[in-house]
Design a protein around this ligand. Structure first.
Ligand code: NAP
Length: 234
């Protein structure tokens, strides 16, 4: 089976949520070096400790090196400086998102433009199931996600043979939902679970598997993988 043995992985957005899951899963898949990037030094430091504790609590040991780098994905100079500091990597994963186009589209675009990806490496971006099934009031998000989705296919052509793919999660239990009161959030998760074929809302670790696949499989590029618990069928 392919692993990430000896590989270096940069996860921009790795201080929480899906990116946190990808960083942890990369270490568990034997990556030699994993770097998480986000805009908050405090969140990075907390994430570094939590990832190590999570792995220790699971009873597994990893040999890879884990570190963090501050980057403001709204600022292309900051993104370029990050990629310069980190240098060559095998895999770039982009899960950062807060405001709309600046972080999710332009940040990812700039990183893909300047990243030094080693032969056999990959870039994996992130959209959301709104890209194929927008809800009422979600037009702007759908437009943004569509732009990142199309960007993925464009980059796969421009950067070939570097592989470029995009993951499209459905609902995932991450810090993204923290601004909501817990009772509202829990009700949304409970209601969503009832509508999903898999009957539960995903944990970040379940979504991380799709990113690992895109890093490891040498024959996938220009693709969107929907990891939505079967939402689109109901
Ligand atoms: N959770 C879901 O249900 C869900 C569903 C579908 C799609 N998605 C998409 O998946 C992506 C990741 O979501 P998530 O749930 O993992 O969110 P999250 O837990 O809120 O994580 C977002 C990450 O982005 C980073 N970030 C935010 N602003 C940044 C900036 N200016 N520069 C650099 N990093 C920045 C955050 O770190 P700092 O705050 O430290 O900067 C954090 O590490 C998002 O694009 C989201 O829209 C999520």
């Amino acid at each position: 089976m392919a692993s990430l043995s000896g590989k270096t992985v940069l996860v921009v957005g790795g201080s929480s949520g899906i990116g946190y899951g990808v960083a942890k899963a990369s270490l568990l898949s034997c990556a030699a070096k994993v770097t998480i990037g986000s805009s908050s030094q405090a969140k990075i430091e907390s994430a570094l400790v939590r990832i190590k504790n999570d792995i220790a609590a699971s009873g597994q040991t990893v040999e890879g090196n884990l570190s963090g780098e501050v980057v403001d994905a709204r600022d292309s100079a900051s993104v370029k400086a990050l990629l310069e500091r980190v240098g060559e990597v095998d895999h770039l994963v982009w899960t950062s998102g807060d405001d709309f186009f600046d972080v999710r589209f332009w940040g990812a675009f700039t990183a893909a433009q300047v990243a030094k990806i080693r032969p056999g490496g990959s870039i994996t971006l992130t959209v959301g199931s709104v890209v194929v099934k927008p809800r009422k009031g979600w037009s702007l998000a759908a437009g943004l996600m569509g732009a990142v989705d199309s960007l993925t296919r464009g980059l796969a052509v421009d950067l070939a043979p570097i592989r470029v793919n995009v993951i499209s999660p459905g609902a995932v239990k991450t810090e993204l939902w923290d601004p909501m009161p817990p009772e509202v959030r829990n009700k949304i998760f409970e209601d969503s679970a009832k509508t999903l074929l898999v009957q539960h809302v995903a944990e970040p670790d379940e979504i991380a598997e799709a990113y690992l696949f895109c890093m490891k499989c040498q024959y996938i590029t220009g693709q969107r993988i929907e990891v939505d618990g079967g939402a689109k069928y109901v």
